[in-house]
Ligand binder design. Structure first.
Ligand code: FAQ
Length: 312
């Protein structure tokens, strides 16, 4: 069948809300775009373990420590589902990891900021997982079957993460003046980077139009960012914290919050590798990869032995 005809049939199936499955015909651009997005998402989950992992040994109680340990393990699991989903598109795990370690593939800008206090762990759960959920609930309806199914499970776990983060900040906000100040300081530092997680404004987003046509993305970056703001501002008010945006104001007419300007120069610098922790995060990932070489070799040797036994 001519390629143009195949593309038209593909678009028709997508428009009719049929899920695309790994063995289905798909345009090369669709495959490439999905590998890019899913693998960057996987890398974000794995690099995202680092800022929180930083506080496992310093959690303020055994109870908080066990919750944080479980959360960080969940993020590893999310990374694994997502690498598996990317692999169904015909790329190997080694190549995906090489792309991260060589700096070719991006990961979310948010994980290049430091976790300076315990309140930052609350801010990550509340704001970072909160932003991730809004984006990922949309992705449960993405057109690629394996990605959409991975998202359903991931979103359930992210909701738990989101609540535990809010609970940390609520507890600190009801605590001593120093604890409340620590919670406010965390919100001050994490608010704007959390808004940047949704990506550039739609007009500056090179992938959005095509991704929307293929229903990889179902809503634009700006729309999702607004959903996050509308949902999160009342939560901040409820625990007595102030969102660090002097232009933030409820707009009766639009029934949304009006808000200030994102510092896009900061965003661009962070995704170019010049954020506060980019070098540290990549060094930690490279070390973990090198330290894990013997595990990969042992697993491979075990698999080869098993294959030989089965073939005999
Ligand atoms: N950071 O044309 P667009 C989590 C890049 S998971 C870095 O708008 P697109 C869980 C973009 O890749 C968080 N780079 O691109 C957790 C592209 O560059 P490229 C991750 C960014 O793909 C919680 C260029 O800018 N979530 O947090 C960012 O259509 C707590 C142009 O952008 C996902 O990955 C950014 N913020 O839309 C874990 C969700 N934004 O590839 C641990 C899936 C944009 O051409 C602890 N991804 N860029 O070199 C998506 O939904 C989309 O990829 C967007 C970007 C919405 C992120």
């Amino acid at each position: 069948m001519p390629e143009k005809k195949q593309e038209a049939l593909f678009q028709q199936a997508v428009d009719g809300e049929q899920k695309v499955e790994p063995r289905d015909w798909m345009p090369e651009g669709y495959r490439k775009n999905l590998i890019r997005q899913i693998s960057q998402h996987a890398h974000s989950e794995v690099v995202g373990m680092l800022p929180e992992g930083n506080w496992i040994t310093r959690a303020p109680s055994l109870h908080r420590k066990t919750i944080l340990l479980a959360k960080v393990q969940d993020e590893a699991g999310h990374g694994l589902y997502l690498y598996s989903a990317a692999e169904t598109l015909g790329i190997g795990r080694d190549e995906l990891i090489d792309q991260l370690l060589s700096g070719k593939a991006k990961y979310s800008s948010i994980f290049n900021y430091p976790t300076l206090t315990w309140a930052d762990i609350g801010a990550i759960g509340w704001l970072v997982d909160g932003a991730a959920i809004i984006n990922q609930v949309m992705l449960t309806r993405t057109s690629y079957g394996p990605y959409s199914r991975a998202m359903v499970r991931i979103c359930k776990e992210e909701s738990f993460h989101n609540r535990q983060g809010y609970d940390i900040l609520m507890t600190l906000s009801k605590g001593t003046p120093e604890q409340k100040a620590m919670a406010q300081d965390a919100l001050d530092r994490w608010w704007w980077p959390s808004l940047m997680m949704f990506g550039p404004s739609d007009k500056d987003s090179p992938h959005s139009a095509q991704s929307m046509q293929w229903k990889i993305k179902r809503q634009g970056n700006d729309e999702l960012r607004q959903v996050f703001i509308d949902r999160t501002v009342p939560q901040a008010e409820f625990i007595g914290l102030k969102v660090p945006d002097p232009k933030l104001k409820w707009n009766e007419q639009t029934q949304h919050y009006d808000w200030g300007e994102i510092n896009w120069e900061e965003f661009n610098q962070v995704i170019k590798g010049n954020g506060p922790c980019n070098a540290e995060r990549m060094a930690a990932r490279r070390k973990a990869h090198d330290d894990g070489a013997w595990v990969r070799e042992a697993a491979l040797a075990h698999a080869e032995k098993k294959n030989k036994r089965n073939a005999a």
